[in-house]
Ligand binder design. Structure first.
Ligand code: NAI
Length: 328
């Protein structure tokens, strides 16, 4: 029998946590034959709710769930962690400036990065979900100098999945017929969902759609503003779809992309496509054997270049701001 994989989830008592934990425990994160130990990190006020969720996890009698530990101590939560899902973050509240938001999150992600550095297993893989996800991932990574930088990733898979869904609706195709879609840049309103290399049932998506106005005025804003539309409709932010995307992100990272397809991940740039080295930006990636590689050699047209550059500019500004705050 396999040794259980230690999966740490921060913000476990939140709404994404509630949608996420049951799917991890039922085997959707890593695979149907991989037992897991769950480590739940919460702030003191969240511990009781996390315990309630743990009671429900027990009551599911998941065959793959070998143990649950709940703590407000990051060193304990990340002890021996193989996978870390950093979901808990400080949300932007009314009147909060970007600098305030970044420094509040620095207060969370810097110590968590250090705790990962000091306690996690050698094969640790980190996914940051909590916003601003890309820059929070950069802060955590900078605090973990002993962990290879590429193990720190940020979630743009929800954007990726949203874009696939919108493109499927537009073309009347099945979502499973859509391949090679890319989210570039930041998980924010500046993100760029790119269909110029995407395929719909084997045909080039941009040629099939053949409508640049739809791209610029409908598709891109619909994907980028989907989070706000969900809040407006549901009265609460997207949680189940975010949890689903987190599952997809890690599952793909661990188990690989399909031949003839790729996915989108926020990862430390190696300078590809003119994205400054070191910032955590979304790229098209293929994955295999637990490692990812940026898809190389894609032609970037003027329409795409301007949008990638705008989102990357925002990321470099966020990097500069956290550098100024001494967070990296
Ligand atoms: P939530 O407010 O329901 O839950 C957050 C939880 O984190 C709370 O239980 C809170 O007690 C906990 N928490 C706060 N600080 C913590 C710390 N230092 N250590 C451990 N736990 C801590 O929020 P929700 O809806 O679950 O969202 C979580 C985050 O995910 C938010 O930042 C949200 O913006 C982000 N998000 C990111 C998406 C993406 O695509 N990257 C999509 C949707 C949400």
């Amino acid at each position: 029998t396999r040794t259980p994989v230690n999966v740490t989830v921060t913000g476990a008592a939140g709404q994404i946590g509630y949608a996420l934990l049951f799917r991890i425990a039922s085997g959707h994160l890593l695979g149907p034959d991989v037992p897991v130990n769950l480590r739940l990190l919460e702030i003191p006020q969240g511990l009781k709710a996390a315990e309630g969720t743990a009671m429900e996890l027990d009551d599911c009698a998941f065959p793959l769930l070998r143990g649950i530990e709940i703590t407000d101590d990051a060193n304990k939560a990340f002890d021996g962690a193989n996978v870390a899902l950093l979901v808990g973050a400080r949300p932007r509240t009314k009147g909060m400036e970007r600098g305030d938001l970044l420094s509040a999150n620095g207060g969370i992600f810097k110590p968590q990065g250090k705790a990962i550095n000091d306690n996690a297993a050698d094969d640790i893989k980190v996914l940051v979900v909590g916003n601003p996800a890309n820059t929070n991932a950069l802060i955590a990574q900078a605090a973990a100098p002993d962990v290879p930088a590429e193990r720190f990733t940020a979630m743009t898979r929800l954007d990726h999945n949203r874009a696939i869904s919108q493109l499927a609706a537009k073309t009347g195709a099945a979502v499973s017929d859509i391949k090679k879609l890319t989210i570039w840049g930041n998980h924010s309103a500046t993100q760029y969902p790119d269909i110029f290399h995407a395929e719909v049932a084997g045909k080039n998506a941009a040629e099939l759609v053949n409508d640049e106005a739809w791209l610029a005025d409908t598709f891109i804003p619909t994907v980028a503003k989907r989070g706000a539309a969900i809040i407006e409709a549901r009265g609460a932010s997207s949680a189940a779809s975010a949890a689903n995307a987190a599952i997809d992100h890690v599952h793909t990272w661990v188990n690989g992309t399909a031949a003839g397809d790729w996915t989108s991940m926020g990862i430390p740039s190696d300078g590809s496509y003119g994205v400054p080295e070191g910032i955590i930006s979304s790229f098209p990636v293929t994955t295999k054997d637990g490692k990812y590689e940026i898809v190389q050699g894609l032609e970037i047209n003027d329409f795409s270049r301007a949008r990638i550059d705008a989102s990357v500019k925002e990321l470099t500004e966020e990097r500069d701001a956290v550098r100024e705050l001494g967070l990296i």
